[in-house]
Design a protein around this ligand. Sequence first.
Ligand code: NAD
Length: 254
Amino acid sequence: MRLAGKITLITGSGSGIGRSSALLFAQEGATVIVNDLDVNKGNETVAEIIGNGGKAICIQADVTNPDEVKAMVDEIIRTYGQIDVLFNNAGISAVGPVHEIELEQWDRVINVNIKGVFLPSKYVIPHMMARKAGSIINMSSCVAEIGLALRPLYGATKGAILSLTKGMQVDYAAYNIRVNALLPGTILTPFVENYLKTSYADPEAAKENLKKRQLSGDMGTPSDVAYAALFLASDESRFMMGAPFYIDGGATFG
Ligand code: NAD
């Protein structure tokens, strides 16, 4: 088992890529702390893991709320004594050109996507430093590197996460903490389904167009990303530091 004995925290793991990663981490022997804003979705992930014979608990917390994030980390440390892997996965989307984005939307997306990586990292890292061990996986996107129509705000947050990843890696390498970033292309999750439904008169035609963005000619699945997260979480990736890890069917280079 590739994560035997590891205590892992995955934010936003009530759905999509986070849920798929939680299931895979548990299958590989990890204890998974399933975090989500939506406790029902988080509990569904936990029930599926336990049903498969794995170990998991759900902790509801908003990754933008410092008190809730600190309380979550304190509870994990009280219960398990350590956190080996932090997967900063929670994120939300924003669609539209800059002149149509409302200030409230700007603030919300910046908050969830960037502060939502900062706060869990801020409270988990001291525990990793004390043990001189840890792997942090930050969820960026291939949109961090390509100009994509109607995604300037979303892309800006994902670009910031890539910079944050590199800076964090330099600061914590001496503590044997690895910090890497995932850059998925379009992955068919509730996040993308919802975007297609709310943004297009013909979601099926839009879906076909989205597929063409990848050289592969298709969208990825949550488990395509979960396998990359598993590698970054495990000691197999011990020589990867501050790296952007593309799982994008060639979208970045196409
Ligand atoms: P999803 O909507 O299926 O899942 C995201 C989860 O995060 C949801 O369960 C949601 O409740 C939770 N969440 C949202 N705000 C939160 C908060 N403030 N605190 C705690 N939890 C919160 O989305 P997904 O497609 O699985 O995306 C997961 C991550 O992957 C996001 O960061 C997204 O930007 C990134 N990503 C997705 C794609 C894609 O095509 N699906 C591509 C590149 C990157």
